[in-house]
Design a protein around this ligand. Structure first.
Ligand code: NAD
Length: 475
């Protein structure tokens, strides 16, 4: 394989402050307790990027109070006026997208090609899309006078920090709610940058508040009695805890949790195209994707052909510097996540599955994992049942469509699935029987703000995106 010359994006396009306060009531403020700071690192180099504040109960209290004070005037604004703020935010995200893309790649480890071409354009698109709804809520199918819920507590994960923020904040604001958002502890920087975007857009103080910290800050926020709505994206385990903690309160809840999607390749599929979809399904964003196609189901008659083509394609993937525009696979987000991927992969090998990775040199510093496939996987294997959340694919086989459907549905999750076949009738028949919130046909990992996204079973409940996404924020 020929080599590409390095094509690094410039790190200097974004200014990162040495330390950050909390964004409450339109201002950056220090946390009430001065001991509450933590460091956020670049996972590709382990370099400390900034010190970030831990919000304690007093800070969360202040943020919720600010959101409450702002709620009256914000919800009383005509929808068309709220829309102007959302449009303005969308435009500023576009204008500052180069800075934001670099910041996201530095803090998260994802390739700049993905933050630049996927995360940032989609984040802006969400604000544009929900700006369009703000003055049309009466026509959205939720009654003549849909009302906001009040103050929304929003907790997001580290895999798409800016995009998950947009999924949460855009519909909440369009419907007249105010928010307190907590980004993940390993990727707080784009949310803090967004706080500055809100100021630049002259968003009224208190409409958006950003509190940083780890799980304890998240727990304090969702359990705060002043909150009317909780929107959580993250692991099923934490989602369960949150559901338990707010059961019996008047709070409304939406949960976007884990997944273990089946990507099903039938024998009439265009193989080269399917292989691109398999690679995109599991290696996009280092496999840190809730809807990743992490279980590949191949029809037996084309098994050898698909595996051979897949291995050939995997050997061309470039793993390395996230800021290099040629990079396909960046760094694993944290040492903890790397440990989890290693542990589950070792268990896969111990349980008898056959492990394969292309030859690839991993950088000495930082958190890295080579793209990996396991063949000979059975449904009993842990790597076929548990979410690995890394660049690791478990391959299974099937003979008939009925067997593919049964295997695909044999999971506690139900977030997404993929089908590869030339027959439209096969697509419709199979998609109809898959218990998954999103089913892609002859493509994978495609997102659009107009399309609802969400799961069944242990993947959570409620929908984000599209007209459906408004419902979660309306009384
Ligand atoms: P996580 O559940 O550990 O953390 C998610 C967020 O919750 C973080 O901000 C964390 O600080 C916070 N948190 C932790 N404990 C908490 C508690 N007790 N109360 C309130 N907040 C708490 O998940 P993660 O490791 O950051 O993210 C990976 C998981 O997220 C995967 O399982 C993935 O599938 C899922 N995910 C789902 C979607 C979706 O739309 N369904 C999207 C992205 C990620």
């Amino acid at each position: 394989m020929f080599e590409y010359a390095p094509a690094p994006e410039s790190r200097s396009v974004v200014d990162i402050a040495p330390s950050y306060g909390l964004f409450i009531d339109g201002e950056f403020v220090p946390p009430a307790s001065s001991g509450g700071v933590f460091k956020t690192v670049n996972p590709a180099t382990e370099e400390v990027l900034a010190e970030v504040s831990t919000a304690g109960p007093e800070d969360v209290d202040r943020a919720v109070a600010a959101a409450r004070r702002a709620a009256g005037t914000w919800s009383a604004l005509p929808g068309a006026e709220r829309a102007k703020f959302l449009f303005r935010i969308a435009r500023i995200i576009q204008e500052r997208s180069r800075e934001l893309a670099v910041l996201e790649s530095l803090d998260n480890g994802k390739p700049i090609r993905e933050s630049r071409d996927v995360d940032l354009p989609l984040a802006a698109a969400h604000f544009f899309y929900y700006a369009g709804w703000a003055d049309k809520l009466r026509h959205a199918g939720f009654g003549d006078d849909p009302r906001p819920l009040g103050v929304a507590a929003q907790v997001i994960p580290w895999n798409f920090p800016m995009l998950m923020l947009a999924w949460k904040i855009a519909p909440a604001l369009a419907t007249g709610n105010t928010v307190v958002l907590k980004p993940a502890e390993t990727t707080p920087l784009s949310a803090l940058f967004f706080a500055d975007v809100c100021r630049q857009a002259d968003l009224p103080a208190g409409v958006v508040n950003i509190v940083t910290g780890a799980g304890e800050t998240g727990r304090t926020l969702v359990e705060h009695p002043g909150v009317d709505k909780v929107a959580f994206t993250g692991s099923t385990e934490v989602g369960r805890q949150i559901a338990r903690s707010i059961a019996g309160t008047r709070k409304r809840l939406t949960l976007e949790l884990g997944g273990k999607a089946a990507n099903i390749v039938f024998d009439d599929a265009p193989i080269d195209q399917a292989v691109e979809g398999i690679v995109n399904g599991i290696f996009f964003n280092q496999g840190h994707v809730c809807c990743a196609g992490s279980r590949l189901l191949i029809q037996e008659s084309v098994y050898d052909e698909v595996i051979e083509a897949l291995k050939r394609r995997m050997a061309t993937l470039r793993v390395g510097d996230p800021l290099d525009k040629n990079t396909d696979i960046g760094a694993i987000n944290s040492a903890e996540q790397l440990e989890r991927i290693r542990t589950l992969s070792d268990i896969g090998a111990e349980e008898g599955a056959e492990r394969w990775s292309p030859p690839c040199e991993l950088p000495a510093q930082g958190f890295w994992f080579a793209p990996t496939i396991f063949t000979g996987v059975t449904q009993a294997h842990r790597i076929a049942r548990e979410e690995i959340f890394g660049p690791v694919l478990s391959v299974l086989t099937f003979r008939t469509p009925a067997e593919a459907i049964e295997k695909a549905n044999n999971t506690p999750y139900g977030l997404s699935a993929g089908i590869w076949t030339e027959k439209g009738s096969q697509i419709l028949a199979v998609a109809d029987k898959l218990r998954a919130g999103v089913v892609w046909a002859n493509t994978f990992n495609k997102f659009d703000p107009t399309s609802p996204f969400g799961g069944y079973k242990e993947s959570g409940y409620g929908r984000e995106g599209g007209r459906h996404g408004l419902e979660a924020y309306l009384a």
